[in-house]
Design a protein around this ligand. Structure first.
Ligand code: UDP
Ligand code: MG
Length: 350
């Protein structure tokens, strides 16, 4: 039997583009001739997205599942919620704004059929604003130098993960992460394929500059301690140079006599090093803050409801499937959200 597919789509305030997404996604998936399930994760949208997802669930209950998060937890956490509830052998992530054409999913599946357990993608011609592309190029380069993660185009979320990788990701408990990089760390046969990219179908990007910076810090701090080491190296260099400088001053004092010069140079140098110190404290703070979040062990997201029928993928657990299948046990941290779900679950259909 050919591998089953789970498609995971995080949705945050995407009411304007969801209809177009449904229109293209389902025919593209039907055309693949595989058993599939689409898992939409509503990331605490405040517009009509959740209602539209409900409607779509009612239209295609056999192959649609909807996980509704209580509050906005961020794109990567939403994807992790989707992973925890996915059942397919291959799990594919996709943005809801049609920037990743659903018609390209076949390419990822073909690569996985050939043995890849992680399929990254490179956007052939990226359709985003100029500053986003320039910033991405820079961040790709920095990440390439400072981490072991070898992905050409870290920003493209159309990616394929084999069940083995998803299981490994589901065992992780990190509160701040970058899913494509996390998946890569477990991959044995990663490959990359080129995919098309489009401008946003509707609505606006959900990432402000501040959110983008935070996300990139998640990536850097989550997969490398190199930023800390940069400051250690710089500190060692400055110490050695200043030692040489002091020796030089002592010698000049003996042979040239007292000198008072370069007061403003001194100011300049002092401010420069104060700046470097502040940045280094900030970088340490980025790590400490994430450690603090981690040790508090709050749930990474909470689920208010799950809409599912005997979704498209037959788990083989039941011969006669009840109308509402219990979701597979998610991560232990979600235990209390399970109760929430039970409260909201309408129970089996009459
Ligand atoms: N998204 C999400 N939660 C967030 C931000 C974004 O689930 O807090 C979803 C969003 O609905 C979309 C995907 O993540 O499906 C990518 O977001 P967006 O298109 O805004 O990012 P960009 O393409 O600008 O990087
Ligand atoms: Mg987008």
């Amino acid at each position: 039997m050919s591998a089953t597919i789970s498609i995971i789509i995080p949705v945050y305030n995407e009411e304007a583009g969801l209809a177009a997404l449904f229109e293209r996604l389902y025919p593209a998936l039907d055309g693949l001739g595989r058993q599939y399930e689409v898992i939409f994760v509503d990331d605490g949208s405040r517009d009509r997205s959740a209602a539209l997802l409900r409607e779509q669930f009612n239209r295609r209950p056999e192959s649609t599942r909807v996980v509704l998060l209580t509050r906005n937890a961020g794109q990567h956490m939403a994807i992790l919620a989707g992973f925890a509830h996915s059942r397919g052998d291959y799990v594919i992530t996709l943005d809801a704004d049609l920037q990743n054409p659903p018609e390209e999913i076949g390419k990822l599946i073909a690569a996985m059929d050939q043995g890849a357990d992680y399929v990254g993608t490179v956007r052939a011609r990226r359709h985003d604003v100029y500053w986003r592309k320039a910033a991405s190029r820079l961040m790709n380069r920095i990440r390439e130098r400072t981490t072991q993660i070898r992905i050409t185009d870290q920003g493209c979320m159309l990616r394929g993960y084999h069940r083995t990788i998803v299981d490994a990701i589901n065992r992780c408990v990190e509160v701040s992460t970058f899913v494509p990089a996390l998946g890569y760390t477990f991959a044995r046969h990663p490959v990359e394929v080129e995919v098309a990219h489009a401008g946003r179908a509707a609505g606006q990007s959900k990432y402000s500059i501040y959110r983008l910076i935070r996300l990139n810090f998640d990536l850097m701090t989550g997969f490398s301690v190199a930023p800390l080491q940069v400051f250690t190296m710089f500190g060692i260099l400055v110490s050695l140079l200043s030692l040489a400088f002091v020796v030089d001053l002592a010698i000049r004092r003996l042979f040239v006599g007292p000198e008072v010069q370069g007061v403003f140079t001194l100011f300049g140098l002092a401010f420069f090093f104060i700046g470097v110190l502040l940045v280094s404290v900030g970088v340490v703070g980025e790590y400490v803050g994430r450690i603090y979040e981690q040790v508090r062990q709050r749930p990474r997201y909470t689920i208010s409801a799950i809409l599912e029928e005997g979704a498209g993928i037959d788990t083989g657990e039941t011969a006669v499937r009840p109308a509402v299948l219990p979701a597979p046990k998610p991560h232990p941290e979600l235990d209390h959200t399970e109760m929430l779900r039970a409260e909201h679950d309408p129970g089996p259909a009459p």
